[in-house]
Design a binder for this molecule. Sequence first.
Ligand code: CA
Length: 520
Amino acid sequence: MGAKTNPMKKQFAFLCTVILACSSLIQAQKSSNKPPNIIVIFSDDHTQQTISAYGKSLMQTPNIDRIAKEGMIAKNTFVTNSICAPSRAVLLTGKYNHINGLKDNGPRRFFDGNQQQVQKLLKQKEYQTAWIGKWHLQTLPSGFDFFRILPDQGQYFQPNFINMPNDTTSYKGYTTNLITDFSTSWLDKRDTSKPFFLVVGEKATHRNWMPAVEDLGAYDAQQFPMPDNFFDTYEGRTAALEQDMTVNKTMTIRDDLKMNINYDQPGMFGRLTPAEKLVYKNYYGKIALEYEKVKSDSIALIKWKYQRYLKDYLATAKSLDRNIGRILAYLEQSGLAENTVVMYASDQGFYMGEHGWFDKRFMYEESLKTPFVLKYPKHIKPGTVVNDIVVNIDFAPTFLDIAGIKAPAEMQGKSFLPLVTKSGKVENWRTAMYYHYYEYPQPHKVPPHFGIRTMRYKLIRFYGPRSEWELYDLKTDPTEMHNIIHDQKQANTIIDLKKQLRSLIVEYKDTEALQILNSN
Ligand code: CA
């Protein structure tokens, strides 16, 4: 005889099953409705010419490429002011530097943290927020739940980090590796019930390009062709003629190219551990023999400097790309990949010998552009390519858009999501961008300038030490060697571009530029 089932018990069991089913449904609903997490990997001076997702590249970057392959790549992404600290201020505020107050890396570097910033707005949607790595603003981060930042430029080896609220501690290791370690350990400890916004601030690939010991010499077997305009004579371009940022004259044999270093002195090389010193000494000791052979022959020396510059820069970028791969692997292993937006961008581009230069600042293509790839598995189709003009003022409004927050009117950029989530052209998307650079004369004697870049043309107005215009037709002159401002055939184009420039200056409320424009 079987046991008699108690009808009350049966009902109770049924009720429990229903409740459990409902709660797991609600849970699933909740997690699918949970705003996506956002990771912004924001590097320094890392340029499109060295990223294989951009096509013709000096090296392979498999991990950055993966982000592009699984999501999107924006080919025409520009910065408003091609220099480190101001670019970070734009990332935080979505505003031009004349509005957010941070115009250069020098005395005007004070960033007012009291102003509205993207992380403060994301908090309204309960995002947990963190900035880990290079920060480069003189004031400490505000409005983040967590920060651990490099002071100023930071160091490549055994770096100091400033911990909250304001304690400086030295850590053992290579900076790019440490920044990844700190980022993943913050992710491990976060409150998993909330979405997160994490900025991974990379020091790489900033000057003086010190790779992790395992990457030293990674590109030594390659000879890199010099850009066609490496020996540019700057005809018709006075500002370009007067700069101080050439591989030939400005790049230093000692600190940049690491010859004849005294590893026992304090400073960036003195920070290496004894074991790291041994590897660095051995490696650059052999290179020094090459240097001895070329140093008295000026042309051979320039060529050698160019090769050495590329080899150190690219090896440093290799360390960076590997660490980006570590972050992607972490997201997969922890089940976060599906609901996490991953963005990779730099604070600006960089010259890899074009016009004979390293560094940035000029409104010319190599430093005006920045790499920008992003994956957003739920909304962006793998392999999406964006050719429209995206500007770094758009980053902050885009993060807000992803989180479902309306960007405040004071932000000057706009979310680029419609460009990749809607089919067809987005009406009223910008067809030109505005640029304004300030830092002068130190450290590279690039005069202040502002200008406009459309899909075809670029018009630049230099001011300060000189008052000059430059015009380039990017269709016929993509490397910007021919300033055609005095070409009569361009008269109508110039009138039209000046009109557009004025209207952007008014729209972005750049009163200083407007005064200059009105003065002649
Ligand atoms: Ca930079």
